[in-house]
Design a protein around this ligand. Structure first.
Ligand code: SAM
Length: 284
């Protein structure tokens, strides 16, 4: 099917969709580009896609053109809804739209995933809530989660933090959490000029696929606490940065087999997992 709708520039004019900063709105108007992003998400013919912030519908149309089985979109800006209804009508109702704040949504409830369908998340995220949503999707209690993949636009600097390896400046809490939960890569770089209006920084698409836990004896809360403490004072040695914990920091490091003079940025994901496991054991 070739996209039957008017160019996005015309949609924006017709519906008077001036981008608003408060909603983190930077629109993609090139359907070749949004089609490319949709293809990063994979074979969508059996997938229900959850899209946050469809705006005027650029990525949505890319996903539909890429033969997504269904798309369920959540948009906070009511001005976009009439334009999105037109997209839904043109594609025979495969797209459903909810006006809501994605931070408050119970995704599984609105997606109504049917037997035989898989679910994926694809979104050009609003920058102001992008990291919070990503963390929400990585900290789902039951792992493996309900989705098969995440294909998400971030500011390049955030994307680099997500994929960063130990020993690099960008390595931190987001890297450990993402790499603990799955396989992640930067799939595409997107220059600022691709957006209307162009943001100050360039962007990148990350693709994430959840994997089974490295060690399922580790509690998420314990890992989050250890990582937050360790990177909260990233210049300090672990024996100092973990001192405020309710267990003896030196004993914890010894139990986990980690040198107390190392700093957070030198500890691998597996090292943090080991620390969190021993922390749990010491408190049991
Ligand atoms: N997907 C469109 C595109 O690629 O051109 C728009 C992307 S724009 C960066 C982010 C979109 O998310 C905007 O349409 C904005 O109104 C919407 N948005 C911002 N905060 C939101 C929230 N908390 N929940 C749902 N949508 C939100």
């Amino acid at each position: 099917m070739t996209d039957p709708l008017p160019p996005l520039r015309d949609v924006i004019k017709t519906h008077d969709l001036q981008a608003k900063k408060s909603f983190g709105q930077n629109f993609l108007l090139d359907l070749n580009l949004t089609g490319k992003i949709a293809r990063v998400a994979g074979d969508l013919t059996n997938s229900v896609i959850y899209e946050v912030g469809p705006g005027p519908g650029g990525l949505t149309r890319g996903l539909l053109e890429n033969r997504a089985k269904r798309v369920v979109a959540v948009e906070m800006d009511h001005r976009c809804l009439p334009a999105l209804e037109e997209v839904s009508a043109a594609y025979g109702g495969v797209l459903t739209i909810h006006k809501a704040d994605a931070l408050d949504i119970n995704e599984q409830k609105i997606l109504e995933i049917q037997n035989g369908e898989d679910a994926r998340i694809a979104s050009n995220l609003p920058y102001n809530v992008g990291t919070a949503l990503f963390v929400k999707w990585l900290t789902i209690g039951e792992w493996l989660p309900w989705y098969k993949s995440l294909t998400l636009m971030f500011q390049q600097e955030v994307a680099e933090r997500i994929v960063a390896v130990p020993g690099s400046k960008a390595y931190g809490r987001l890297s450990v959490l993402a790499q603990w939960r799955g396989r992640v890569r930067i799939a595409m770089r997107v220059p600022a000029a691709a957006f209307t209006p162009p943001p100050k920084v360039s962007s990148a698409i990350i693709h994430f696929e959840p994997t089974a836990p490295i060690d399922d004896r580790v509690a998420l809360a314990d890992l989050e606490l250890i990582v937050a403490r360790a990177f909260g004072q990233r210049r300090k040695m672990l024996r100092a940065s973990l001192k405020g914990l309710d267990v003896n920091a030196l004993q914890l490091l010894e139990n986990a087999g980690i040198e107390p003079t190392l700093r957070a940025e030198n500890i691998s994901v597996a090292g943090f997992v080991e620390l969190a496991r021993h922390y749990g054991l010491m408190r049991a």
